[in-house]
Write a protein that binds this ligand. Structure first.
Ligand code: GDP
Length: 444
């Protein structure tokens, strides 16, 4: 998983300050020294680190007191906000042309994941936005690239516009856009050629194509594993082409994450999507706030909920989100979730998104015991409707009855009740940290 080292170090640092009822200037200075080292080690651009530290220091010292948080938590809140701002603050969505089709040029170095991402994006647009994309094979210098896109097109059951390797890429792009109009495609995704290094011929060809098809979006695909190089590549593509967004690929790998954190700040290019694996559905919209929370071990509850939405009907998931935010999540909801969780994929992955359950800290080798889940399910099923709604009524004799009914022990029941309470507490804290409940955030 990306950011592992960074996450572990930042969380260690933040743990030291979290519970503090008083935070002195010296505390903040010391903490910032550690944060600085952690970011540099994660390969974050040094200028970005410098600015980040300066911002956090200023805001942390100038904070207004908020009743719901301890001073230590407030510092963490500032770090979270600044990290989010660094990665772009708001989610940046893919362009939609006023008059279809929306033309998207996919650019980047060879091997960055351009062809794969083109297909992933087509799949995303169709699945999530009900669009009808046309894939266009313009990488005429690498015959395998055309085949690769055609294979992906077949797999998706989506048309691929291709003219083999003899045609001129600019002409292919122009013809493809005309064909898309005629066939009522609302997105044209052009897979362009990459080189091993940025070179002038490549740039000139891309500039010609840009002039010929006036794209609504130029997405730069960058490999996050290449660290600072990715930022340099982004800079040169941006200088020549004015790219409108970046897609960071291979964030599932063990990248140190520096590229993800620096790209927006250095090039002012928003990260629009993140590649999270080789499979066609492993592309996620990039949410700076969620990524920051994940790095800081505050969990990524929203992504978790969205993952659930993929399997669950939307109304229910929305309801659940509301309940979580309002703290009226009951054991009934919990039970319903358990079923869905089982269909959401490996539990280890899900755990990584939960608050305080980051994989970085000793969770790496954690194997979830599926039997444990069955036990939990049995316990909840042995509760009365009242108990499920309001666990505070569960006294000693009720605990005994529940344990007996579920074939477990009182200790098992106690443990589950405690976990449930802890989870609610954690949610409360997170909501306070993320929202601040409308209170003033201090200057800046
Ligand atoms: P292109 O030369 O830029 O078109 O790159 P490709 O699309 O051929 O991808 C290069 C390699 O990276 C392929 O093996 C892809 O499966 C792999 N790849 C692309 N995106 C991701 C990603 O998000 N995660 C992982 N793990 N691999 C990826």
């Amino acid at each position: 998983m990306a950011f592992e080292g960074l996450a572990a170090r930042l969380q260690d640092t933040l743990t030291k300050i979290r519970g503090k009822g008083k935070v002195s200037e010296q505390d903040i200075k010391e903490m910032m020294r550690e944060v600085r080292l952690a970011l540099l080690e994660a390969d974050v651009n040094f200028k970005v680190v410098k600015q980040f530290i300066a911002n956090v220091k200023e805001k942390a010292l100038g904070q207004e007191v908020m009743k719901s948080l301890t001073p230590g938590q407030q510092v963490i809140k500032v770090v979270n906000e600044e990290l989010t701002a660094l990665m772009g603050a708001e989610q940046s969505k893919i362009a939609v042309a006023q008059k279809p089709p929306t033309v998207v040029m996919m650019v980047g170095l060879q091997g960055a994941g351009k062809t794969t991402t083109t297909a992933k994006l087509a799949n995303h647009l169709r699945k999530k936005h009900n669009r009808k994309p046309l894939l266009v094979a313009c990488d005429v210098y690498r015959p395998a690239a055309i085949q690769q896109l055609e294979t992906l097109g077949k797999q998706l059951n989506m048309p691929v516009f291709s003219k083999g390797t003899d045609a001129n890429p600019v002409d292919i792009a122009k013809e493809a856009v005309a064909a898309a109009k005629a066939e009522h495609h609302d997105y044209v995704l052009i897979d362009t050629a990459g080189r091993l290094h940025v070179d002038e011929t490549l740039m000139a060809e891309l500039q010609d194509m840009k002039a010929a098809v006036t794209p609504d979006e130029i997405l730069l695909v960058v490999d996050s594993m290449t660290g600072q190089d990715a930022v340099n590549v982004a800079e040169s593509f941006n200088n020549q082409l004015d790219v409108t967004g970046a897609v960071l690929t291979k964030l599932d790998g063990d990248t140190r994450g520096g590229a993800a954190i620096s790209i927006k700040a250095v090039t002012n290019t928003p990260i629009k999507f993140a590649g999270m694996g080789e499979k066609i559905d492993q592309l996620e919209p990039f949410h700076p706030d969620r990524m920051a929370s994940r790095i800081l071990g505050m969990g990524d509850v929203l992504s978790l909920i969205e993952k659930a939405q993929a399997n669950v009907d939307e109304e229910k998931a929305k309801e659940l989100e509301k309940k979580l935010r309002n703290m009226d999540f009951t054991f009934d909801d919990f039970l319903e979730q358990l079923d869905q969780v089982k269909s959401m994929g490996p539990l280890e992955d899900l755990l990584g998104m939960m608050p305080g359950m980051n994989k970085a800290k000793g969770m790496k080798n954690l194997k979830v015991d599926e039997k444990q889940l069955t036990r939990v399910e049995a316990i909840v099923k042995s509760m009365t409707p009242l108990e499920k709604r309001d666990p505070s009524v569960i006294n000693g004799s009720r605990r005994k009855r529940i344990a007996k009914g579920s074939g477990t022990t009182i200790q098992d029941v106690n443990r589950l009740l405690k976990q449930f309470e802890d989870m609610k507490k954690m949610m409360k804290q997170m909501t306070a940290m993320q929202g601040g409940k409308g209170k003033k955030r201090g200057k800046g």
